[in-house]
Design a protein around this ligand. Structure first.
Ligand code: IFM
Length: 453
């Protein structure tokens, strides 16, 4: 592996609902994911995050694993329903105590804590009042951010406001395959603006509470047209606007991208005067999550018998990407897509692009504990190796990337897939909670050690 710049952060990431469990502990309230998991058929095999990896109780062991791994940064998320069980009002101190202890333990182990304030677990009482469809939720988010920062900001060098608001809008409110399970199609678009407004308002409250650096994390996918036809190029352009620009142009450029392919003007009614100024307040870093590219056509490929019917509300159709290995999830493994995306971000935003952190990248694999107690996850090692090399190329080409945090430290609750997709460097036996570092853990540990000498 080529040498990365001095001071480059090497890390791993997780999220509260995916690992913590302890959903009723210390005054935590319900989140939309608790509710969604109770909906019959919503989650594969009826799994829930009730126990997950029991990180709420086993965090000292998990911090020990991080120390063995040698990571210098750990990205976790703060569960809003632990801090404000009702989504508003004073802080629940017992909830904040957990993140306080975790922060101190990380620092004692020489690991920089990087908390994300919203990784999808909206307090259910806020959803009952409209969730992200309601403008008021943005203001509630800023209040919550202030509470978290007042307690932790003295020890946190970098905050992330939102994780992948694109997924919340599309899967949570557009398609209904994620919590809160609303299938509003394009009617979900106000949730994009309200999350962005929440980001802007939260940045202001974080800064007034003494936060040093603030970022937002988006997930990106180079949008490849399925053919040379102008129709497929337009489909790819529409997808690009939705995934890669809708949540980034307002933050970095202070303007919405062209959404005319969706029948939406640049200034829909829910965007009020002054919103974009708040949303585009200076940012210290951009979190980039990358897993794979997207390939788009104007119409489904009729040669594919299993293609879903075209959705008339959407100006694109996602096509498979043949010719690449796939992860256990079936996602194509395309390391060059990471380089392509980073170069595209730099080309698109130029001086407006702040330093980048790769805040997620990794793969699910069919990991099993062998009779000798080992987990030989060679596909994950190949995935990480390829993506780190592609990342290094992007850095060499001039993109200012300051760190890489792999998804994920430990196996966890993979949303609608339950525990059926394993992304961790550490295997979790969800029946016994036994932690078994996989081969990729040793590989990443050795890589970090070699990079830091
Ligand atoms: O597990 C998720 C994570 O919560 C958000 N980004 C993608 C990961 C893998 O699907």
């Amino acid at each position: 592996m080529p040498q990365f710049p001095a001071g480059f952060a090497w890390g791993a990431a997780t999220a509260a609902y995916q690992i913590e469990g302890a959903v009723a502990a210390d005054g935590r309230g319900d989140s939309v994911w608790d509710t969604f998991c109770r909906r019959p058929g919503a989650i594969r095999d009826g799994h829930t995050g009730d126990v997950a990896a029991d990180h709420y109780h086993r965090w000292p062991e998990d911090v020990g694993l991080m120390a063995r791994l040698g990571i210098t940064a750990y990205r976790f998320s703060v569960a809003w329903p632990r801090v404000q069980p009702q989504g508003h009002g004073p802080a629940n101190d017992r909830g904040l105590d957990f993140y306080d202890r975790l922060t101190d333990a990380l620092l004692a182990a020489g690991i920089t804590p990087v908390p994300t304030l919203f990784h999808w677990d909206l307090p259910q009482p806020l959803e009952d009042q409209g969730g992200w469809l309601a403008r008021d939720t943005a203001y509630r988010f800023a209040d919550y951010a202030a509470l978290a920062a007042r307690r932790l900001a003295d020890r946190i060098p970098l905050w992330i406001t939102l994780n992948e608001p694109f997924v919340v809008t599309t899967m949570g409110y557009g398609l209904g395959t994620h919590a809160p399970g609303q299938a509003l199609m394009l009617g979900a678009l106000p949730t994009a603006h309200h999350q962005l407004l929440g980001h802007g308002l939260a940045m202001a409250s974080l800064r007034s509470a003494g936060a040093r650096q603030v970022a937002i994390t988006n997930n990106y996918a180079p949008a490849w047209p399925a053919s040379d036809s102008p129709a497929d190029a337009a489909a790819a352009g529409a997808y690009d606007a939705l995934q890669n620009r809708l949540f980034t142009d307002p933050v970095l450029l202070g303007a919405y991208p062209d959404l005319s392919a969706f029948g939406i003007g640049n200034s829909p009614g829910y965007v009020r005067d002054g919103d974009l100024a708040l949303i585009s307040a200076p940012l210290d870093a951009l979190g980039v999550n990358y897993y794979s590219p997207a390939r788009l056509s104007a119409l489904p490929d009729s040669a594919l018998p299993d293609s879903p019917p075209p959705d008339s509300a959407l100006p694109f159709h996602r096509e498979p990407i043949p010719g690449y290995p796939v992860t256990a999830f079936g996602w194509p493994v395309v390391p060059a897509g990471l380089r392509e995306m980073l170069l595209l971000l730099r080309e698109r935003y130029g001086q407006a692009l702040p330093p980048v952190y790769i805040t997620e990248n990794g793969c699910s694999a069919d990991d099993v504990v062998a009779a000798d107690g080992t987990v030989d996850d060679q596909p994950r090692i190949r995935y990480l190796d390829g993506h780190l090399r592609a990342l290094h190329e992007a850095i060499t080409a001039g993109v200012d990337v300051r760190g890489y945090l792999t998804w994920s430290l430990i196996d966890n609750f993979e949303w609608a897939e339950g525990y059926n997709q394993r992304f961790g460097l550490v295997h979790i036996d969800f029946a016994t909670q036994q932690r078994t570092p996989k081969a990729s853990f040793g590989w990443y540990r050795d890589l970090i050690a070699a990079q830091r000498t």
